[in-house]
Design a protein around this ligand. Structure first.
Ligand code: PNS
Length: 159
């Protein structure tokens, strides 16, 4: 069975992430969305909130499972019997960092390949940090995140 991991912080998950996850399901038998408990990044949403948010956002997609991970991505991939890490690439600015991570992951475990999917044009500009900034200033999140995610952002920022 061909299994892929789609990793990220998902703080919050955007429609750009969902586009990459959905397109991955057309290529692989199973897609594991891996939510990193990245202590170095101060997240707006706690890990359990991100797991709940991503789970509801992918509810309509087949063969997708959601799991949190702490530690190395290649170890999470191995634990889930995934042969592939999927990353979305937006602009050239993503490339240098992703190139470095792909090579480091390959060095850590040569059996796991990184595959890049180009972001769809409508999501080229979209990022979790931009979504948070728009949400903080009360901007319209339609077309940027799922409705369930927008509702969570609203609740979080009110609280
Ligand atoms: O959505 P993000 O924050 O860009 O995702 C980054 C992520 C989670 C993919 C990256 O930080 C990661 O792979 N973290 C796990 C730790 C790890 O394996 N580091 C070595 C790779 S260079």
């Amino acid at each position: 069975m061909a299994v892929a991991v789609c990793p990220g912080s998902f703080d919050p998950i955007t429609l750009g992430h969902l586009d990459i996850i959905e397109r991955s399901t057309y290529i692989y038998d199973k897609v594991v969305v891996g939510i990193a408990d990245n202590q170095a990044k101060r997240a707006l949403f706690a890990l359990d909130e991100r797991v709940a948010m991503v789970t509801e956002a992918v509810a309509g997609l087949r063969n997708v499972v959601v799991a949190a991970f702490d530690g190395l991505l290649v170890e999470f991939a191995k634990a889930n019997e995934a042969q592939v890490i999927i990353k979305g690439l937006r602009a050239i600015s993503d490339f240098e960092h992703e190139f470095q991570m792909a090579h480091l992951n390959k060095k850590l475990d040569g059996s796991v390949e990184t595959v890049f999917l180009m972001a769809s044009p409508e999501y080229m500009f979209l990022s979790s940090s931009a979504v948070k900034e728009i949400a903080v200033f009360g901007g319209d999140l339609a077309g940027l995140v799922a409705e369930t995610t927008a509702a969570r952002l609203e609740r979080k920022l009110q609280g």
